[in-house]
Write a protein that binds this ligand. Structure first.
Ligand code: SF4
Ligand code: SF4
Ligand code: SF4
Length: 289
């Protein structure tokens, strides 16, 4: 199990610990006001300064030797914060993990409370200008989004009951979108996302800059060579380039060290040759989140 499960899972995976979804947390930290303030001002996130830096030209800033290190360490500290959430204008305590389809469904079945709302993905909107409703919000976030209609494409269509939310998440996952779950802020979970790369502002810092903004899944992919026909269908579907085609051997190769365990490649395999195993049972990647 990852560090998050050890610290916050109460013996389970952290995102299946029902405590993190409770109204008690909302009341204790006054998260109704906190989240309303955060989402009311959401679009300013890219220009707002935190520790003297904003996200404008972030790629360049992160590549600068000293400044890059300072930003990286400040960002990690902020995202991993477990202090009571106080400042809605900073992404404090906003750490997440990749989840495969099965665990996303378990979250929606066992932990998330109705009503649920399908919200526009703000990462896609802010990077590509496209509104695509693929985040599923629940708990107090549903209440808040109700008052901020710019996040919801068509009000009636995007209110979901549990069954509809599972269907929507499954549909997105089968399209190849990466399931992710987030503390937003710690210790509250209110959002199950279906992300794409490179747009996702949570995944990109990890992949491109090695900022620990998201943990790899509790699983890792395995390939059954006996079943694989090297059809290459999975190769372009892996968002993390863990699957590649080797021109010399004419075989599809799996680099398990690059696998984030999202499981989406499985949906495109016609031969049922890909399956997930718990990360901690595979020695090469055990403990590597
Ligand atoms: S975390 Fe993922 S789904 Fe959520 S807003 Fe970002 S890209 Fe969209
Ligand atoms: S190889 Fe790993 S990271 Fe790539 S799609 Fe499959 S499960 Fe996801
Ligand atoms: S999609 Fe399945 S059969 Fe095709 S190359 Fe990938 S693992 Fe092999």
């Amino acid at each position: 199990m990852c560090e998050l499960c050890m610290k916050h899972g109460a013996g389970k995976k952290w995102y299946l610990n029902a405590q993190h979804y409770s109204d008690e947390i909302v009341e204790k930290y006054n998260l109704r006001d906190y989240l309303m303030e955060q989402y009311k001002n959401f679009e300013q996130v890219s220009v707002r300064k935190v520790h003297g830096f904003n996200a404008v030209g972030l790629d360049y800033k992160l590549r600068m030797p000293i400044i890059g290190r300072i930003i990286k360490s400040a960002a990690q500290k902020m995202l991993h914060s477990t202090k009571p959430p106080v400042n809605p204008l900073r992404a404090e305590g906003h750490i997440g993990q990749i989840v495969p389809l099965e665990d996303g469904i378990a979250i929606l079945e066992e932990c998330a409370s109705e009503p649920m709302i399908n919200k526009n993905c703000m990462c896609r909107y802010m990077s590509r200008g496209e509104k695509e409703a693929c985040c599923i919000n629940f708990g107090v976030m549903s209440e808040i989004l109700e008052k901020l209609p710019r996040f919801i494409p068509e009000k009636d269509k995007f209110h979901l009951n549990r069954h509809e939310a599972i269907e929507r998440f499954t549909e997105n996952n089968r399209k190849g979108y990466i399931g992710t779950i987030w503390f937003g802020p710690f210790p509250y979970i209110n959002n199950l996302c279906s992300c794409s790369t490179p747009e996702c502002a949570g995944i990109r810092p990890r992949v491109d800059f090695d900022i620990f903004s998201i943990y790899k899944a509790e699983y890792v992919i395995q390939m059954d060579r006996q079943k694989c026909s090297d059809c290459r269908m999975c190769v372009s579907k892996c968002p993390f380039k863990a699957l590649t085609f080797d021109r010399e051997s004419k075989e599809v190769k799996l680099d398990i060290s690059k696998c984030y365990g999202c499981g989406v490649c499985r949906h495109f395999c016609p031969d049922d040759a890909l399956y997930l195993s718990p990360r901690d049972t595979i020695p090469e990647v055990c403990g590597k989140y």
